[in-house]
Design a protein around this ligand. Structure first.
Ligand SMILES: NC(=O)c1ccc[n+]([C@@H]2O[C@H](COP(=O)([O-])OP(=O)(O)OC[C@H]3O[C@@H](n4cnc5c(N)ncnc54)[C@H](O)[C@@H]3O)[C@@H](O)[C@H]2O)c1
Length: 259
Protein backbone atom coordinates (compact mmCIF):
# COMPACT_ATOMS: atom_id res chain seq x y z
CA UNK A 1 0.00 0.00 0.00
CA UNK A 2 1.42 3.34 -1.05
CA UNK A 3 1.53 5.88 1.77
CA UNK A 4 0.18 8.97 -0.05
CA UNK A 5 -2.35 7.51 -2.48
CA UNK A 6 -4.42 10.26 -4.15
CA UNK A 7 -3.05 13.10 -1.99
CA UNK A 8 -2.75 16.37 -3.92
CA UNK A 9 0.80 17.56 -3.25
CA UNK A 10 2.23 20.95 -4.20
CA UNK A 11 6.02 21.21 -4.45
CA UNK A 12 7.34 24.71 -5.08
CA UNK A 13 10.66 24.95 -6.89
CA UNK A 14 10.00 21.44 -8.16
CA UNK A 15 11.56 21.83 -11.61
CA UNK A 16 14.94 20.55 -10.47
CA UNK A 17 17.18 19.66 -7.53
CA UNK A 18 15.71 18.84 -4.14
CA UNK A 19 12.18 19.86 -5.19
CA UNK A 20 12.19 17.53 -8.18
CA UNK A 21 13.47 14.63 -6.07
CA UNK A 22 10.70 15.32 -3.54
CA UNK A 23 8.02 15.46 -6.26
CA UNK A 24 9.30 12.16 -7.64
CA UNK A 25 9.28 10.50 -4.21
CA UNK A 26 5.78 11.78 -3.37
CA UNK A 27 4.56 10.48 -6.72
CA UNK A 28 6.08 7.06 -6.11
CA UNK A 29 4.00 6.92 -2.91
CA UNK A 30 0.84 7.62 -4.92
CA UNK A 31 0.48 11.40 -4.55
CA UNK A 32 -0.84 13.63 -7.34
CA UNK A 33 2.06 16.05 -7.86
CA UNK A 34 1.72 19.74 -8.61
CA UNK A 35 5.08 21.12 -9.66
CA UNK A 36 5.22 24.90 -9.43
CA UNK A 37 8.30 26.84 -10.40
CA UNK A 38 9.41 30.19 -11.77
CA UNK A 39 10.86 28.06 -14.58
CA UNK A 40 7.59 26.93 -16.17
CA UNK A 41 9.24 24.98 -18.98
CA UNK A 42 11.37 23.17 -16.41
CA UNK A 43 8.26 22.37 -14.37
CA UNK A 44 6.58 20.90 -17.46
CA UNK A 45 9.60 18.77 -18.27
CA UNK A 46 9.84 17.61 -14.65
CA UNK A 47 6.18 16.58 -14.59
CA UNK A 48 6.57 14.74 -17.90
CA UNK A 49 9.14 12.51 -16.22
CA UNK A 50 6.84 11.53 -13.36
CA UNK A 51 4.15 9.42 -15.04
CA UNK A 52 1.42 11.45 -13.33
CA UNK A 53 -1.53 12.00 -15.67
CA UNK A 54 -3.47 13.97 -13.01
CA UNK A 55 -0.46 16.08 -12.09
CA UNK A 56 -0.03 19.77 -12.87
CA UNK A 57 2.95 21.90 -13.89
CA UNK A 58 2.40 25.57 -13.11
CA UNK A 59 4.31 28.81 -13.18
CA UNK A 60 4.76 30.75 -9.95
CA UNK A 61 7.00 33.42 -8.54
CA UNK A 62 6.74 32.76 -4.81
CA UNK A 63 7.89 36.29 -4.04
CA UNK A 64 4.78 37.69 -5.78
CA UNK A 65 1.67 37.22 -3.63
CA UNK A 66 -0.73 37.56 -6.58
CA UNK A 67 1.14 34.83 -8.44
CA UNK A 68 0.92 32.57 -5.36
CA UNK A 69 -2.83 33.21 -5.03
CA UNK A 70 -3.35 32.29 -8.72
CA UNK A 71 -1.35 29.11 -8.20
CA UNK A 72 -3.37 27.90 -5.23
CA UNK A 73 -6.66 28.90 -6.93
CA UNK A 74 -5.68 26.84 -10.01
CA UNK A 75 -4.96 23.77 -7.87
CA UNK A 76 -8.26 24.02 -6.01
CA UNK A 77 -10.16 24.64 -9.28
CA UNK A 78 -8.71 21.45 -10.75
CA UNK A 79 -8.59 19.10 -7.77
CA UNK A 80 -10.98 20.66 -5.24
CA UNK A 81 -8.45 20.24 -2.44
CA UNK A 82 -4.83 20.45 -1.39
CA UNK A 83 -3.38 17.88 0.98
CA UNK A 84 0.37 18.49 1.03
CA UNK A 85 2.66 21.48 0.60
CA UNK A 86 6.41 21.12 0.35
CA UNK A 87 7.57 24.72 0.56
CA UNK A 88 10.89 24.28 -1.22
CA UNK A 89 11.49 27.13 -3.70
CA UNK A 90 14.56 29.13 -2.84
CA UNK A 91 17.71 30.78 -4.08
CA UNK A 92 21.23 30.31 -2.77
CA UNK A 93 23.48 33.01 -1.43
CA UNK A 94 27.14 33.36 -0.57
CA UNK A 95 27.98 37.01 -0.02
CA UNK A 96 30.33 38.17 2.77
CA UNK A 97 28.56 40.31 5.34
CA UNK A 98 30.48 43.50 4.47
CA UNK A 99 29.53 43.15 0.79
CA UNK A 100 25.80 42.44 1.10
CA UNK A 101 23.90 45.09 -0.84
CA UNK A 102 20.31 46.08 -0.18
CA UNK A 103 19.41 44.41 -3.46
CA UNK A 104 20.98 41.06 -2.51
CA UNK A 105 19.48 41.21 0.98
CA UNK A 106 15.96 42.09 -0.22
CA UNK A 107 15.89 39.50 -2.99
CA UNK A 108 17.15 36.72 -0.72
CA UNK A 109 14.58 37.51 1.96
CA UNK A 110 11.81 38.07 -0.61
CA UNK A 111 12.13 34.59 -2.09
CA UNK A 112 13.40 32.46 0.80
CA UNK A 113 11.34 33.92 3.64
CA UNK A 114 8.52 36.16 2.39
CA UNK A 115 7.84 33.84 -0.55
CA UNK A 116 7.71 30.79 1.72
CA UNK A 117 5.28 32.71 3.95
CA UNK A 118 3.02 33.65 1.02
CA UNK A 119 2.82 30.04 -0.16
CA UNK A 120 2.33 28.56 3.30
CA UNK A 121 -0.42 31.02 4.19
CA UNK A 122 -2.34 30.54 0.92
CA UNK A 123 -2.14 26.74 1.26
CA UNK A 124 -2.98 26.74 4.96
CA UNK A 125 -6.13 28.74 4.26
CA UNK A 126 -7.33 25.95 1.95
CA UNK A 127 -6.23 23.22 4.36
CA UNK A 128 -7.95 24.94 7.29
CA UNK A 129 -11.33 24.65 5.53
CA UNK A 130 -10.62 20.94 4.92
CA UNK A 131 -9.42 20.60 8.52
CA UNK A 132 -6.45 18.54 7.32
CA UNK A 133 -3.13 19.04 5.63
CA UNK A 134 0.61 18.55 5.80
CA UNK A 135 3.14 21.34 5.36
CA UNK A 136 6.89 20.77 5.15
CA UNK A 137 9.08 23.85 4.90
CA UNK A 138 12.57 23.47 3.48
CA UNK A 139 14.97 25.60 5.51
CA UNK A 140 18.72 25.02 5.87
CA UNK A 141 21.58 24.28 8.24
CA UNK A 142 22.67 27.80 7.27
CA UNK A 143 19.74 29.02 9.35
CA UNK A 144 21.19 27.33 12.44
CA UNK A 145 24.95 27.88 12.16
CA UNK A 146 26.88 31.01 11.26
CA UNK A 147 28.35 29.98 7.93
CA UNK A 148 30.69 32.35 6.08
CA UNK A 149 28.81 34.25 3.38
CA UNK A 150 25.41 33.16 4.67
CA UNK A 151 24.25 36.46 6.22
CA UNK A 152 21.18 37.07 4.06
CA UNK A 153 20.51 33.42 3.21
CA UNK A 154 20.98 32.19 6.77
CA UNK A 155 18.82 34.96 8.22
CA UNK A 156 16.02 34.04 5.80
CA UNK A 157 16.24 30.34 6.65
CA UNK A 158 16.39 31.02 10.40
CA UNK A 159 13.25 33.09 9.96
CA UNK A 160 11.56 30.21 8.14
CA UNK A 161 12.47 27.81 10.93
CA UNK A 162 10.87 30.09 13.50
CA UNK A 163 7.84 30.62 11.25
CA UNK A 164 7.43 26.83 11.17
CA UNK A 165 7.07 26.77 14.95
CA UNK A 166 4.46 29.53 14.94
CA UNK A 167 2.54 27.78 12.16
CA UNK A 168 2.63 24.53 14.14
CA UNK A 169 1.22 26.27 17.20
CA UNK A 170 -1.53 28.11 15.32
CA UNK A 171 -2.53 25.52 12.72
CA UNK A 172 -2.77 22.40 14.91
CA UNK A 173 -6.40 23.18 15.75
CA UNK A 174 -7.21 23.04 12.02
CA UNK A 175 -5.70 19.57 11.65
CA UNK A 176 -2.68 20.92 9.78
CA UNK A 177 0.59 19.20 10.55
CA UNK A 178 3.64 21.48 10.07
CA UNK A 179 7.31 20.58 10.11
CA UNK A 180 10.61 21.75 8.74
CA UNK A 181 13.54 20.01 7.06
CA UNK A 182 16.98 21.57 7.37
CA UNK A 183 19.21 20.09 4.68
CA UNK A 184 22.95 20.25 5.12
CA UNK A 185 25.16 20.40 2.04
CA UNK A 186 23.25 18.71 -0.77
CA UNK A 187 24.61 18.07 -4.25
CA UNK A 188 22.40 20.24 -6.52
CA UNK A 189 22.78 23.08 -9.03
CA UNK A 190 22.39 25.51 -6.12
CA UNK A 191 25.36 23.96 -4.34
CA UNK A 192 27.40 24.08 -7.54
CA UNK A 193 26.68 27.83 -7.72
CA UNK A 194 27.22 28.65 -4.06
CA UNK A 195 30.09 26.32 -3.05
CA UNK A 196 33.59 26.84 -4.39
CA UNK A 197 36.39 24.26 -3.97
CA UNK A 198 37.41 25.63 -0.56
CA UNK A 199 33.81 25.50 0.69
CA UNK A 200 33.47 21.91 -0.51
CA UNK A 201 36.67 20.85 1.21
CA UNK A 202 35.54 22.56 4.44
CA UNK A 203 32.16 20.82 4.37
CA UNK A 204 33.66 17.42 3.69
CA UNK A 205 35.99 17.89 6.64
CA UNK A 206 33.28 19.10 9.03
CA UNK A 207 30.58 16.58 8.10
CA UNK A 208 31.07 13.33 10.06
CA UNK A 209 29.85 11.34 7.04
CA UNK A 210 32.50 13.18 4.91
CA UNK A 211 30.23 13.75 1.92
CA UNK A 212 27.46 15.90 0.53
CA UNK A 213 23.92 14.52 0.72
CA UNK A 214 21.75 13.69 -2.26
CA UNK A 215 18.38 15.23 -3.16
CA UNK A 216 16.88 11.75 -2.69
CA UNK A 217 18.01 11.73 0.95
CA UNK A 218 16.00 14.92 1.54
CA UNK A 219 13.07 13.45 -0.38
CA UNK A 220 12.97 10.38 1.89
CA UNK A 221 12.66 12.66 4.93
CA UNK A 222 9.94 14.71 3.21
CA UNK A 223 7.87 11.61 2.42
CA UNK A 224 8.07 10.58 6.07
CA UNK A 225 6.92 14.00 7.30
CA UNK A 226 4.06 14.01 4.75
CA UNK A 227 2.90 10.53 5.79
CA UNK A 228 0.56 9.32 8.52
CA UNK A 229 3.58 7.86 10.28
CA UNK A 230 4.62 11.41 11.22
CA UNK A 231 1.18 12.44 12.53
CA UNK A 232 2.49 13.29 16.02
CA UNK A 233 5.68 14.96 14.77
CA UNK A 234 4.76 18.64 14.84
CA UNK A 235 6.69 21.91 14.76
CA UNK A 236 9.88 19.90 14.42
CA UNK A 237 13.01 20.65 12.42
CA UNK A 238 14.48 17.47 10.99
CA UNK A 239 18.13 18.04 10.10
CA UNK A 240 19.26 15.88 7.18
CA UNK A 241 22.93 16.74 7.16
CA UNK A 242 25.26 13.75 7.63
CA UNK A 243 25.80 14.82 11.25
CA UNK A 244 27.07 18.35 10.45
CA UNK A 245 24.88 20.10 13.03
CA UNK A 246 25.77 17.88 15.96
CA UNK A 247 29.49 17.44 15.37
CA UNK A 248 32.01 18.80 17.84
CA UNK A 249 35.76 18.62 17.52
CA UNK A 250 36.79 16.50 14.56
CA UNK A 251 40.09 14.60 14.75
CA UNK A 252 40.78 12.79 11.52
CA UNK A 253 43.68 10.51 10.70
CA UNK A 254 43.18 11.32 7.00
CA UNK A 255 41.93 14.39 5.15
CA UNK A 256 38.27 14.20 4.11
CA UNK A 257 37.66 13.95 0.37
CA UNK A 258 37.64 17.36 -1.30
CA UNK A 259 34.82 16.72 -3.77
N1 LIG B 1 21.46 22.38 -2.13
C1 LIG B 1 21.76 22.58 -0.86
O1 LIG B 1 22.88 22.32 -0.41
C2 LIG B 1 20.71 23.12 0.11
C3 LIG B 1 21.03 23.13 1.46
C4 LIG B 1 20.09 23.59 2.36
C5 LIG B 1 18.87 24.04 1.92
N2 LIG B 1 18.57 24.03 0.59
C6 LIG B 1 17.24 24.52 0.20
O2 LIG B 1 16.56 23.53 -0.56
C7 LIG B 1 15.70 24.17 -1.49
C8 LIG B 1 15.99 23.64 -2.89
O3 LIG B 1 17.35 23.86 -3.19
P1 LIG B 1 18.10 23.21 -4.46
O4 LIG B 1 19.50 23.00 -4.05
O5 LIG B 1 17.30 22.10 -5.02
O6 LIG B 1 18.06 24.48 -5.43
P2 LIG B 1 17.96 24.60 -7.04
O7 LIG B 1 18.49 25.93 -7.38
O8 LIG B 1 18.57 23.40 -7.70
O9 LIG B 1 16.37 24.55 -7.27
C9 LIG B 1 15.55 25.60 -6.79
C10 LIG B 1 14.29 25.66 -7.64
O10 LIG B 1 13.51 26.77 -7.15
C11 LIG B 1 13.06 27.53 -8.26
N3 LIG B 1 12.85 28.92 -7.86
C12 LIG B 1 13.80 29.86 -7.60
N4 LIG B 1 13.22 31.03 -7.32
C13 LIG B 1 11.87 30.84 -7.41
C14 LIG B 1 10.74 31.69 -7.24
N5 LIG B 1 10.90 32.99 -6.95
N6 LIG B 1 9.51 31.17 -7.38
C15 LIG B 1 9.36 29.86 -7.73
N7 LIG B 1 10.39 29.01 -7.92
C16 LIG B 1 11.64 29.50 -7.76
C17 LIG B 1 14.17 27.39 -9.31
O11 LIG B 1 13.73 27.69 -10.62
C18 LIG B 1 14.59 25.93 -9.11
O12 LIG B 1 13.84 25.06 -9.95
C19 LIG B 1 15.95 25.68 -1.35
O13 LIG B 1 14.98 26.25 -0.53
C20 LIG B 1 17.31 25.73 -0.69
O14 LIG B 1 17.51 26.92 0.01
C21 LIG B 1 19.46 23.56 -0.33
Amino acid sequence: MRRLEGKVALVTGGARGIGLAIARALRSEGAVPVIADINEQGAREALAGLDAPDGMALSVDVADQASVTSLVDAIVARHGRLDILVNNAGIGGNTPFLDITAEVWNRTIAINLTGAFFVAQACARVMSTQRSGKIVNIASLSGQRGGHGRGAYGAAKAGLELLTKVMAVELAEFGINVNNIAPGAIETEMAKFAHDAATRAAYNYLIPMTRYGTPEEIADAAVFLCSEEARYVHGHTLNVDGGFREAGLMFRSKAAPSA
